[in-house]
Design a protein around this ligand. Structure first.
Ligand SMILES: [Ca+2]
Ligand SMILES: [Ca+2]
Length: 116
């Protein structure tokens, strides 16, 4: 590993601490663009999904997809996604990734590894 990605870390953090900082910085990078500085509006959420989670969420350009994610995340129905709501999304996606990882490992144990 060669140095911090964001430039604000002290360089002494563990991987997990770095990941936590990165989640906080990523949230604030988008939350500060319009309206409330500490929450994501629908537009900010869309930018965040498109730029940060496009690989995982398919095509968040789709308006319905953004509305659905917004509806799922906005637990208190105030039309904004706050940091707690954001972290639930990240947590849920991380669990999904871990499930995928476990499945993948199981398959690799059963089958011979194919390389292409
Ligand atoms: Ca905002
Ligand atoms: Ca909310």
């Amino acid at each position: 590993m060669s140095g911090p990605i964001t430039g604000t870390s002290t360089g002494n953090e563990s991987s997990l601490e770095n990941a936590m900082q990165l989640m906080i910085q990523t949230f604030h990078k988008y939350s500060g663009n319009e309206g409330d500085k500490y929450t994501l509006s629908r537009g900010e959420l869309k930018d965040m999904l498109t730029q940060e989670l496009g690989n995982y969420l398919g095509n968040p350009q789709d308006k319905d997809a953004v509305d659905k994610v917004m509806g799922d995340l906005d637990a208190n129905n105030d039309g904004e996604v706050d940091f707690t709501e954001f972290i639930i999304l990240v947590g849920a996606l991380t669990v999904a990734c871990n499930d995928f990882f476990l499945e993948y490992n199981k398959k690799e144990e059963k089958n011979e590894v194919k390389k292409d």
